[in-house]
Ligand binder design. Structure first.
Ligand SMILES: Cc1ncc(COP(=O)(O)O)c(C=O)c1O
Length: 393
């Protein structure tokens, strides 16, 4: 998205605001699909950015939904529940029953308790639900291989469930394909063999989260941000020859389509350092690995009405929170920076809208604008955090 378009959006909707470019998202996702081929299916983890759901429905088969709140978002958008995979480490009886009543058909089970609750709820509804057993990667998520094997060995005891396969996700922003993803794909293939040999279990599906790396910072190589997927595609295709393989991702799919616009509202020199204060801050801007502004994300500088022809200077870009941690960039050379200029932070399509500590200091939440070939439209107006940070009784 070019500077003129971003400047026009900043003028029309004000700042701070997020802009998500649905056309850019669609073109990235079409390329993702071309790279992996028809045999590898796509699932979008909506935790990365629920505002992309409407566009994603044309671009992926499934949505991974991890909480009752995320399910409510899908219900609000009238998403076909057959396209929801209901996952999550906490599943209460009520969560499961609500999801089943909403029409969700496929669930992950992350523990023996989940299997029991799912089976009871399914039995009460008199139907059989497909379940993916989530294998742990050594954290609190998923179940130990011992429990997974135990469930498969005793699968006849869960008459209202059909264990259709394995769910596996171990982490995000992982750049070392040999060390991580390829090892995991080999492990999953070996597990299929072993489950077939030991229990006569035919695994129909694997839902795998490769957590591929996306480069956020200016010093990184941005020439082909799809390169990790190109490199991994043959390995994914090899596993997809064994059973139906779906790759589940958020960050790698969504990061590139987002921009965050924030305006310089003050400029000063303190103890010899030039500070630009912006109307946003770290409560909205979240680049994994970018703590305390030590790494500079990709930013463009959009001159405002008072923009000067001042010389280039190094600026420390700080937000509006009462914490010295609110440093967006420790040091960035900018030409003629002036109050009223807009800074556009790019690649912010994933985990900023949802993961920022948005309530700190009770500053209002940013507007959200979606853009496509027809133009820009407001999809969420600002929300007053002061309404949330006080008693509502
Ligand atoms: C189960 C599961 N799948 C997929 C994802 C998405 O990860 P990423 O955004 O790295 O693709 C997450 C992220 O936390 C997750 O917990």
């Amino acid at each position: 998205m070019d500077n003129r378009t971003l400047a026009a959006i900043a003028r029309q909707y004000g700042t701070p605001c997020f802009v998500f470019d649905e056309a850019a998202l669609a073109s990235r996702m079409r390329e993702v699909k071309r790279i992996v081929g028809d045999a590898v299916h796509l699932c979008y983890s909506i935790k990365a950015n629920p505002f992309l759901i409407p566009a994603m429905l044309d671009l992926v088969e499934l949505l991974e939904v991890c909480s009752p709140g995320e399910l409510e978002i899908c219900e609000h958008l009238r998403v076909d529940p057959a396209r929801v995979l209901f996952s999550g480490v906490t599943k209460t009886r009520e969560d499961i029953e609500h999801a089943m009543d909403a029409g969700v058909t496929t669930f992950t089970a992350e523990s023996a308790l989940h299997i029991r609750l799912l089976n009871e709820a399914a039995t009460r509804r008199g139907r059989v639900y497909p379940v993916l057993l989530r294998l742990t990667a050594g954290s609190q998520f998923g179940m130990d291989e011992r429990d997974l094997r135990d469930a498969i060995a005793h699968r006849d005891a869960f008459a209202a469930l059909r264990f259709v396969g394995i769910h596996y996700f171990s982490g995000t922003q992982r750049a070392k394909l040999d060390k991580d993803q390829r090892k995991e794909l080999t492990m999953l293939a070996a597990l299929l063999d072993s489950l077939a040999n030991d229990y006569g279990f035919a695994c129909e599906r694997i839902e795998y989260g490769p957590g591929l790396y996306f480069p956020y910072f200016a010093h990184e190589d941005h020439s082909d941000t799809l390169a990790p997927l190109r490199a991994l595609a043959p390995d994914l295709q090899a596993l997809s020859a064994r059973c139906r393989l779906t790759i589940e991702m958020g960050r790698f799919f969504a990061s590139a389509c987002g921009h965050y616009l924030t305006t310089v509202v003050d400029a000063k020199v303190n103890a010899g350092r030039s500070y630009a204060i912006v109307d946003g801050g770290i409560h909205h801007v979240n680049y994994l690995g970018g703590a305390m502004g030590m790494r500079t994300p990709v930013i463009t500088h959009i001159p405002g009405p008072a923009h000067g022809d001042g010389a280039q200077a190094d600026w420390t870009l700080c937000g509006s929170l009462c914490t010295t941690a609110d440093v967006l960039v420790r040091s960035m050379p900018l030409d003629g920076l002036a109050i009223g200029d807009v800074l556009a932070f790019h690649n912010i399509g994933a985990y900023s809208v949802t993961e920022g500590p948005a309530l700190f200091l009770s500053r209002n939440m940013p507007r959200i604008v979606l853009a496509d070939a027809r133009g820009a439209r407001l999809v969420r107006d600002t929300i007053r955090s002061s309404d949330i940070n006080r008693s509502n009784l």
